[in-house]
Design a protein around this ligand. Sequence first.
Ligand code: SF4
Length: 244
Amino acid sequence: MEITIDQLYDFKSCGLKFKLTHVDRVPNMQMSENDGLREAVLMTISYFYMKLKEDKMLSMESMKQKFTSLWYGGKVLNIKFDSSQSQRKRELDAFGMLASFHRKQRYVPDEVVSVNTEFRIPFGPDLFITGKIPLIRNTTRGMEIVNFKTSNHKQDEFWNRTDMALTLQAIGFHSMFNREADSMCLEYLKLGTNAYVERRRKDYQRLYKQVRLFKEHMEKGYYYPRESYACDKCPAKNYCMEWS
Ligand code: SF4
């Protein structure tokens, strides 16, 4: 079995959501505005870095065009908008984040090592978890893994320590470079601030144990609903109602 980090998070938050979206693959699944905004902003930033790696600094206008093609295009991201007003309002939000990101890069551009570096980590002979490291850059701190955040608030210390995606990226980095990353940075686009996290052996052990338990639950078919505030934005809500 091969699953992505996002699928792992879906399973963690609600087994039924994971089953409906990734096992049954029910049709017409649309992502929420929040998820769509995050994806479109992150894809625009990846595009910026791919060009920067080729020594080409994209203009803010080109970044806006890239974002707009994703936001209004509908082909790559299947987003369910609440209304055309909120679609426009979110677009302006995104432009604000991209503008402050671009200002920083224009004066002191990052030294890009790689963009969207893919990894595939084995957990035993029959389970692989795949994911991407959004950006690896050279800094005065050394080689740094970077993740961009579009939320209004910073993750707390506990979440920073236990975030599975960051731990998997650290393991992925280790398998590629045969050493630990020198630094891991979370860049908050809206807040204009950075936070730094670290991963150690103990964090790896916690993750391996968690994944082993997830696997056991999947094999036993423990796909039950976990109703929470997150149901509000769940794309599988209508199908979930039929579960009994
Ligand atoms: S609506 Fe809630 S309980 Fe139902 S699948 Fe979605 S997240 Fe799970």
